[in-house]
Design a protein around this ligand. Structure first.
Ligand code: NAD
Ligand code: ZN
Ligand code: ZN
Length: 346
């Protein structure tokens, strides 16, 4: 089968021919319908050899949807041909976090060497993929897999972040979304669907700002040195009650801190390496700063329900398997508006 692999530190990912995997006991083989392309993979492919956490070659893709192709021994409850999406942050299934559905914070994943597909385990940008356990599959029913696959990360991650801040997003409040790319343009829609907050979007690209407005941002303007002042002005000097930074570089986390109101939540989702000093007098009183990872199993089901109700419309650009390397090049160049989705089986 064809797969997109990151094979050598610093090299571009390549489409290669590898053996089609067979499911071992307890596993599920999916024929991949659609796989999303996340900016985190670009970060992974920029990491140096020293301390690189995964084995190479690595089949990329941590957003996957497909149809059930074969069941390993002992797997039941899934029908061959059923349309499913993959919950990516795999955990042990047994620790207290996994028991609560928060496999993204599994206490034993590292010790047991359990890795998400595309981030350690063979990923979704392949004609077939192995899913380690049926509990990591969510039935899609009538949801279109191509439109829905980005929700497994670009939907779930912002949803998780936003859900934690819902009590602060009362009518009259303001939420700021920094970076309205794959994750951010879904964040705007989740905020509009779940809160009465005014949503302000910031990006460096006019195309992305246009998309942010189209999907529901009340205000959208350039992310630059003046942006924080504009948000303060819009809020009568008070600031935003929640700020979601989907870039996470030094200038954006600085903006995030500068626009925060007293008691605001600042959530740094982007992995750009920026840091925000916390300490008395550094930020308005009682600001909380967090840097979450992905989301929980129950939240993925909730995100799909939001989509089923029509509240989320992911802006998708599709690519064939052979075009997959170009999807990464385009994402790196900042010219994907919304989410790139690979169709490994055409
Ligand atoms: P993307 O490339 O689709 O979107 C990034 C957006 O940020 C683009 O629209 C870009 O124009 C914009 N941008 C760049 N610099 C900016 C700046 N200075 N100010 C404002 N906007 C700016 O990327 P994505 O796939 O949506 O991922 C977003 C970030 O989230 C990445 O850092 C990714 O690694 C990270 N991520 C984190 C998690 C997590 O669990 N914490 C999960 C998925 C992705
Ligand atoms: Zn991702
Ligand atoms: Zn666990």
């Amino acid at each position: 089968m064809k797969a997109l692999q990151y094979r050598e530190i610093g090299a571009s990912p390549e489409v290669v021919e590898i053996p089609t995997p067979e499911p071992k006991p307890g596993e599920v083989l999916l024929k991949v319908t659609a796989a999303g392309v996340c900016h985190s993979d670009i970060a992974v492919m920029s990491w140096p050899a020293e301390g690189f956490p995964y084995q190479l070659p690595l089949t990329l893709g941590h957003e996957g949807a497909g149809t059930v192709a074969a069941l390993g021994d002992g797997v039941s409850g899934l029908a061959i041909g059923e349309s499913v999406a993959v919950y990516g942050p795999w955990g042990c299934g047994r620790c207290v976090k996994c028991a609560a559905g928060a496999e993204n914070y599994c206490q034993r994943a590292r010790e047991l060497d359990i890795n998400p597909p595309g981030l350690g385990s063979p990923g979704a940008i392949a004609e077939y993929m192995i899913v380690d356990d049926a509990r990591h599959l969510v039935p899609l029913g009538d949801l279109d897999p191509v439109q829905t696959v980005p929700l497994t990360d670009a939907g779930l991650t912002p949803y998780h972040a936003i859900k934690r801040s819902l009590p602060k997003l009362t009518p009259g409040s303001t939420a700021v979304v920094i970076g309205t790319g794959g994750l951010g343009h879904v964040a705007v829609q989740v905020l509009r669907a779940m809160t009465a907050a005014r949503v302000v979007a910031l990006d460096v690209s006019e195309d992305k700002l246009e998309l942010a407005r189209k999907v529901g941002a009340h205000e959208a303007f350039l992310s630059n040195a003046e942006a924080a002042g504009k948000v303060k002005e819009l809020t009568g000097g008070i600031g935003a009650q929640a700020v979601f930074d989907f870039v996470g570089v030094a200038p954006t986390v600085a903006t995030a801190g500068a626009v925060a109101s007293v008691e605001a939540d600042v959530t740094i989702v982007g992995i750009g390496g920026g840091t925000l000093p916390v300490g008395f007098g550094e930020l308005p009183f009682e600001v909380s700063v967090k840097a979450p990872y992905w989301g929980t199993r129950d939240e993925l089901i909730e995100v799909f329900e939001l989509a089923r109700g029509g509240a989320i419309d992911v802006h998708v650009e599709t690519f064939s398997m052979d075009e997959a390397p170009q999807a990464y090049e385009r994402l790196h160049a900042g010219t994907i508006n919304g989410r790139a989705v690979i169709l490994p089986n055409g």
